[in-house]
Design a protein around this ligand. Structure first.
Ligand code: PMP
Length: 404
């Protein structure tokens, strides 16, 4: 039995007031709130065994290292990777994609090679590839979408050429909520021996992930969108790929031996982890993933699906409201506009009622360009949101709309 009111007690911030009104937090696509257990775990590590990891012989350093490496195992289990060698700790989704773009570009790309992304990508899955256009002369090709916000699979197949070297697409769109058919995309790309990177930033909090079943070559996500701390995230890569990629940044931990006559590099996963890692962050992330698993991702998904259906129905009752993103397979994100009212105006007035939504282009300007709009208002749901909060959003919107 999924008891959302009980679950909300795990998130102290949800009880606060904003402008003397109860907070209605519907900006989970940007970042999620943190349960007490995550914050307490982080505080506990700082208070009880803070010391730099890996090189210390002393007690605290060994304890911190144990926690850090145990977190890698928690992540491995969370996405069902084969080995912890395939789990690279990064600063987040953006850090992970840049790591792959830079190293894959350096090792495998030449002028005229092609990377396929889609119209609905976050800038983090566009710009790193565009940097390769500038530095290497590769070409970024773009999978078009339909008006409903679904990827055009046939068009994707037509984009594949003998110069395609990588496909990089979002599992779930942060604007449209579309759940992309990533298994189908991966299988199709693999028919031509093309590796696939999946941007799982919006999927990790909402749906079970099995990288082996998906057969993804790379899968990336951020802890802060899965109820964990900021500044830490994951790059999953198949060992066979990570072995072939050169190191990314140079520094401590990624070396085996340093000499002015030649430096050798550490084994996986440390080869890609230069400098002091965010070892307290990884412990916090692991706690967050365990928390999510204790509730059950299937249960979370079902709860959020119910919220999505309810919110879609209620928002559609508002005259002049248009929802962007009507994919058949959709996750708990609703982007919308009402008549020609600027999204900032709607967002600012909703904020005064204690309702936190995001407004603007959501770091997906090419998608906005496709729809011919500047931005949208976006409500995005998490495991702790309620139908009453959806009602507050709808009531709030109705109040705000009376002012126009
Ligand atoms: N990709 C998607 C689909 C996202 O939603 C986001 C965050 N909005 C990112 C990438 C970037 O994540 P981060 O800022 O945590 O690196």
């Amino acid at each position: 039995m999924y008891d959302v009111n009980k679950i909300r007690e795990d998130f102290p911030i949800l009880g606060r007031l904003v402008y003397d009104r109860p907070l209605v937090y519907l900006d989970n696509g940007a970042t999620t709130q943190k349960p007490s257990c995550v914050v307490e775990t982080i505080a506990h590590e700082y208070f009880s065994c803070n010391a730099n990891v890996h090189r210390g012989v002393h007690y605290l350093s060994q304890k911190a290292t144990e926690l850090h490496e145990a977190s890698r195992e928690v992540v491995r289990l969370f996405i069902n990777a084969k080995s912890t060698n395939e789990i690279i700790f990064t600063s987040g989704t953006t850090g992970s994609i840049n790591l792959v773009a830079t190293t894959f570009g350096q090792e495998f790309l030449e002028e005229g090679d092609e990377i396929i992304v889609s119209t609905m990508e976050h800038h983090s899955n566009i710009v790193p590839w565009q940097l390769l256009e500038m530095s290497k002369g590769v070409k970024v090709k773009v999978i078009p979408i339909t008006e409903q916000g679904e990827l055009d699979f046939e068009a994707f197949e037509n984009l594949i050429s003998n110069r395609t070297k990588l496909v990089s697409v979002a599992h779930i769109s942060n604007v449209l909520g579309t759940v992309n058919p990533i298994k189908r995309i991966i299988d199709r790309a693999h028919q031509e021996d093309i590796p696939v990177l999946i941007d799982g930033a919006q999927a990790a909090p909402h749906t079970p992930i099995d990288v082996q079943e998906l057969n993804a070559d790379f899968y990336v996500f951020s802890a802060h969108k899965v109820y964990g701390p900021t500044g830490v995230g994951v790059l999953y890569g198949k060992e066979e790929w990570l072995d072939k990629l050169p190191p990314y940044q140079g520094g401590g931990e990624m070396i085996q031996h340093v000499s002015f006559s030649g430096t050798t590099f550490n084994e996986l996963p440390f080869k890609f982890e230069a400098g002091t890692p965010n070892f307290v962050g990884t412990t916090g992330m692991a706690k967050a993933l365990e928390y999510v698993q204790s509730l059950g991702l299937e249960n979370i998904a079902q709860h959020e699906d119910e919220l999505l259906s309810y919110a879609t129905k209620r928002l559609n009752e508002i005259d002049g409201l248009r929802i962007y993103g009507e994919a058949k397979d959709k996750s708990g994100v609703i982007s919308f506009l009402v008549n020609d009212i600027h999204p900032f105006d709607l967002g600012t007035l909703l904020d005064r009622l204690g309702i936190a939504v995001r407004t603007g282009h959501h770091c997906a300007q090419p998608l906005m360009e496709y729809y011919g709009i500047e931005g949208t208002v976006r409500a995005s749901f998490a495991l702790y949101n309620t139908k009453e909060e959806v009602d507050s959003l709808v009531d709030g919107l109705n109040k705000v709309l009376k002012m126009f």
